[in-house]
Ligand binder design. Structure first.
Ligand code: NDP
Ligand code: 2IT
Length: 444
C-alpha cells in the first residue's frame, strides 16, 4: 500500500467522529502520493504521520453571563497544528456547529494555505460553539473576555496569532485584544484583523474577498485569455469574505446576481446592491431577506438553492460542504466556467471531481482564499515595525501574493504531470516548504 494511503487509513481509524478532518486529510494525502511515494525520505522521517497530528490541542471551559444574569458555558478550543515555518496563525470561529473535528480540518488546511502565501506563518485554528447571533454586545464582550482569560496563556506575537473567521469580526477581535492586553500588559500584535486605531492593517477587512477576485482574474487571464469583466457571478454567503469578493469582482466589471445567508438567498438581475448588503449585515446584523424590502424587483427564496442561479463564475464564500455534487451538475448544465473557493472546503470532494472532469477551472480554498491570512501576516509585519502601510501598498502586495500563488500552484501541478489540477498543485506546493522545514528541524 502506498505510504500516503497507509497514513490516511491510520488517521481515519485513530480519529473517529471527525468527518470533515478525514475529508480534508484525504484530499491532501491523495494528491501528495506522487511526491511522498517516490522519495523514501518522507516516510523514513514520518513526515506525514507528524503532519496529520496537531502539535497540541487546547480545550477549555468558557463561562459567561447572559443579560438575564444566567451563567452560560461554552467550549473553547485552539488547535496549534504546525509551526515548522512560523508561529501558529489562523482564525477563530464562533458558531454552534464548531467541534474538534471541524477545527482540526480548518487547522490542517491552514498549514498548507499559509505555506502557499510564501510568508513565515505556521497553521492553527480555534473557536467555540458559542453563537454570537442574537446576542447583545454586552453578552459578546462577556464571552470574549472569558474566552481570552484562558486562551492568553497559549498565544503571543511570536507564538500563535489568532484572527477572525465565521462569527468573529472586528467587534470580537476588539474585545479579545482588550482582554489580552489587560491580563498580560503587553501591547503586541497578538491578533490580526484589529481595528485601525489599535494596530490593524488597512485592507485586512477586504483582503480575503479581494484576494479571491485577484486570483480568479489571474486564472481566467492565464488559462483562457479572459477576465471577470462582463461575467455573471454568484457569491454564496453575505459575511466578510462574500461581501468583499462581490465588491472586487464588481469593480473588475463582473455582475454579482445572487448572495445568501443560512436562511435563504436573494437574486437581483440588476446586480446585488452592496451598499444595502453591507448595511444589513455589517451594521444592523439582520437577515438577507431584508434586501427585497428596498429592492422590490429582486427575489428572496428559502427553497431551492443559490446554485440553481445560472452564472459563469461561482464563488462559494459561506461554509464547508455547501456545494454538493448535484449543485455542481446544475452549475455545469448552466454553463459555469470557473469556481473559486472563498470559504474553506465549501465544495464536497465529489463536486470538486465533477467540476474538474468537466473542464471547469477550479481554484481550491488553500490558494483562492489565502489573501486573508496573507494580509494578516502583513499586519504582523507592520506591528513589528511599528509602522502602517497605506491601503494601496497593502492592496498591491496582496495582489502580487495572489498572482504568485496562482502561478506557483499551476506550475507545480504541471511539474507533477497534472496540468490544470490546482487542487494537486496547491497541496504539493504548500506541502514542500513545510516538509523541508520539518526535515531540517529534526524529530520535533
Ligand atoms: P462571516 O461570519 O462573516 O460570514 C459567514 C457567512 O456564511 C454568513 O453570511 C453566514 O450566514 C453564511 N453561512 C454560514 N453558515 C452557513 C450555512 N450553513 N449555510 C449557508 N450560509 C451559511 O464569515 P467569513 O465571511 O469570515 O467566512 C466565510 C468562509 O470563509 C468560512 O469558510 C471561513 O472559514 C472562510 N475564510 C474566511 C477568511 C477571513 O478572513 N474571514 C479567510 C479565509 C477563509 P448566517 O449569517 O446566516 O450565519
Ligand atoms: O481561514 C482563514 O484563512 C482565516 N480565517 C484567516 C486567518 C488569519 O489568520 O487571518
Amino acid at each position: 500500500m502506498s505510504y500516503a494511503k497507509e497514513v490516511l487509513n491510520h488517521l481515519i481509524k485513530r480519529n473517529p467522529g471527525e468527518p470533515e478532518f478525514h475529508q480534508a486529510a484525504s484530499e491532501v494525502l491523495e494528491s501528495l502520493a506522487p511526491v511522498v511515494d517516490n522519495d523514501p525520505i518522507y516516510q523514513r522521517n514520518a513526515i506525514l504521520e507528524r503532519m496529520v497530528e496537531p502539535d497540541r490541542v487546547i480545550l477549555f471551559r468558557v463561562p459567561w453571563m447572559d443579560d438575564e444574569g444566567h451563567i452560560r458555558v461554552n467550549k473553547g478550543y485552539r488547535v496549534q497544528f504546525n509551526d515548522a515555518i512560523g508561529p501558529y496563525k489562523g482564525g477563530l470561529r464562533f458558531h454552534p456547529t464548531v467541534n474538534l473535528g471541524i477545527l482540526k480540518f480548518l487547522g490542517f488546511e491552514q498549514v498548507f494555505k499559509n505555506s502557499l502565501t510564501g510568508l513565515p506563518i505556521g497553521g492553527g485554528k480555534g473557536g467555540s460553539d458559542f453563537d454570537p447571533k442574537g446576542k447583545s454586545d454586552k453578552e459578546v464582550m462577556s464571552f470574549c473576555q472569558s474566552f481570552m482569560t484562558e486562551l492568553y496563556r497559549y498565544i503571543g506575537k511570536d507564538m500563535d496569532v489568532p484572527a477572525g473567521d465565521i462569527g468573529v469580526g472586528g467587534r470580537e477581535i476588539g474585545y479579545l485584544f482588550g482582554q489580552y492586553k489587560r491580563i498580560t500588559r503587553l501591547y503586541e500584535g497578538v491578533l490580526t484583523g484589529k481595528g485601525l486605531p489599535y494596530g490593524g492593517s488597512l485592507a485586512r477587512t477586504e483582503a480575503t474577498g479581494y484576494g479571491l477576485a485577484y486570483l480568479m482574474e489571474e486564472m481566467l487571464k492565464t488559462v483562457k485569455g479572459e477576465s471577470l469583466a462582463g461575467k455573471r457571478v454568484v457569491v454564496s454567503g453575505s459575511g466578510n469574505v462574500a461581501i468583499y469578493a462581490n465588491e472586487k469582482a464588481t469593480q473588475l466589471g463582473a455582475k454579482v446576481v445572487a448572495m445568501c445567508d443560512s436562511n435563504g438567498w436573494i437574486y437581483d438581475e440588476d446586480g446585488v446592491d452592496l451598499k444595502t448588503i453591507k448595511r444589513i449585515k455589517e451594521v444592523e446584523r439582520k437577515r438577507i431577506k431584508e434586501y427585497v424590502n428596498e429592492h422590490p424587483k429582486a427575489e428572496y427564496h428559502e427553497d431551492g438553492s443559490i446554485w440553481d442561479v445560472p452564472c459563469d463564475i461561482a464563488l462559494p464564500c459561506a461554509t464547508q460542504n455547501e456545494l454538493n455534487a448535484s449543485h455542481a451538475r446544475t452549475l455545469i448544465k448552466n454553463g459555469v466556467i470557473a469556481v473559486g473557493e472563498g470559504a474553506n472546503m465549501p465544495t464536497t470532494t465529489e463536486a470538486t471531481q465533477i467540476f474538474q472532469n468537466a473542464g471547469v477551472l477550479f481554484a481550491p480554498g488553500k490558494a483562492a482564499n489565502a489573501g486573508g491570512v496573507a494580509t494578516s501576516a502583513l499586519e504582523m509585519s507592520q506591528n513589528s515595525m511599528r509602522l502602517n502601510w497605506t491601503f494601496e501598498e497593502v492592496d498591491q502586495k496582496l495582489k502580487q501574493i495572489m498572482v504568485n500563488i496562482f502561478h506557483n500552484t499551476a506550475d507545480t501541478a504541471k511539474q507533477y504531470g497534472h496540468e490544470g489540477d490546482y487542487v494537486m498543485g496547491a497541496n504539493i506546493a504548500g506541502f514542500m516548504k513545510v516538509a523541508n522545514a520539518m526535515l531540517a528541524q529534526g524529530m520535533v
